[in-house]
Design a protein around this ligand. Structure first.
Ligand code: PLP
Ligand code: COI
Length: 341
């Protein structure tokens, strides 16, 4: 198979139009069979539910080329389940989980020339998403929906690759108690745009959001969950029902325990105790696990002992093991890799 002629090593995290995308429509109470199409544009009613009331959700996953030349994707069943959970909360019709995985597989297969080669540092990012396509003017769920999957080759999410990041503690909240923080609704990201633009203007890479109710507990960033490492090498991640249940984070906790033999803990993490951790990382499909070097809380600096030039040693082991599993040179737990071809 010929690969596209792309400078894979210098790709950023951006949109590149690829050859095919999967489209399925929901009408009269059912999903159609769906098909791969070439047209990357969408024509919908000016009154579509997504345009008026932001009724939309999405997923993010990746396809990888393994060391022995296969194309694989990572735990797609968990993305299918999470999209179903998002749909339920947003009064959208769930897309059947087997059909979700099938649509992802078809999209990757049809764009296999765009899957970056092994060792290039790039991956194919897969974006399944659903939106209300039918018109609504009263505030209510639409009657018609579209589910799509497209793919785009990407490099690192954060400029500078794996250089430690600087975060600020945000004065903006990302999610309300009993709100939509635990699902992957587009509206959560619209909410976070002002916070990220102003963070960048002030020289920060990302925001650390706190729980909106008490502003004492660590939640997550705009696009990733937190992992911390204690001075005695325990891996700790915040437990909260207003953060997105990251598939990468859940996988890294398994890696920490079963592959690296580390103690793990999912619990409330208070902002006050962050200064005592040895390492900090952001984990997600896009972020993989990106090291955090410094967090600034209204002028007060929290500097992790791992420093601003390298990843902490445990963060690095976690990253190497997870990417080793995804690239096929470390044996994956049963069911984690879906071989596409
Ligand atoms: N938290 C938020 C807000 C995200 O957008 C993402 C990205 O998907 C994550 C966490 C990480 O989740 P996952 O590891 O499933 O990609
Ligand atoms: C992902 O990691 O897949 C996400 O959806 C996060 C987004 C900020 C790119």
């Amino acid at each position: 198979m010929e690969k596209k002629n792309i400078d894979w090593a210098n790709l950023g995290f951006g949109y590149v139009k690829t050859d095919k995308r999967f489209v399925s429509n929901y009408k009269d109470g059912k999903w159609d069979d769906g098909a791969l199409v070439s047209d990357a544009t969408i024509a919908i009613s000016e009154c579509a539910g997504v345009l008026q009331y932001s009724q939309a959700c999405f997923e993010g996953m990746k396809a990888y080329t393994t060391e022995d030349g296969h194309i694989v994707t990572f735990r797609p069943d968990l993305n299918a389940q999470r999209m179903e959970d998002s749909c339920k909360r947003l009064e959208m019709p769930a897309f059947p989980k087997e059909s979700f995985v099938d649509a992802v597989v078809k999209t990757i297969e049809a764009n296999s020339e765009w899957v970056p080669p092994y060792g290039s540092g790039a991956t194919l990012y897969i974006r399944p998403f659903m939106f209300a396509s039918g018109p609504v003017i009263g505030v209510k769920p639409a009657d018609e929906y579209q589910f799509r999957v497209f793919a785009t080759p990407v490099g690192p999410y954060f400029k500078g690759g794996v250089k430690p990041l600087t975060l600020r503690v945000s004065d903006f909240d990302r999610a309300a108690p009993n709100g939509t923080g635990h699902i992957k609704a587009g509206l959560n990201y619209a909410m976070s745009l002002h916070a990220i633009v102003t963070a960048h203007e002030e020289g920060f890479d990302e925001n650390m959001y706190l729980d909106a109710a008490t502003r004492t507990k660590v939640e997550e960033t705009g696009g990733a969950n937190f992992l911390f490492v204690t001075k005695d090498n325990k891996v700790v991640t915040p437990k909260s029902n207003t953060i997105l249940p990251s598939i990468t984070r859940r996988s890294l906790m398994t890696v920490a325990k079963d592959y690296l033999g580390l103690e793990i803990e999912e619990r409330t993490v208070y902002l006050d105790e962050v200064k005592d951790f040895a390492e900090c990382g952001l984990c997600g499909t896009a972020a993989v696990i990106s090291p955090v070097g410094k967090i600034v809380d209204h002028g007060k600096e929290i500097c992790f002992p791992s420093g601003m030039s390298d990843m902490g040693p445990i963060t690095k082991k976690l990253r190497d093991t997870l990417t080793g599993i995804q690239m096929g040179h470390i044996e994956a737990p049963k069911g984690w890799l879906k071989i596409i071809k």
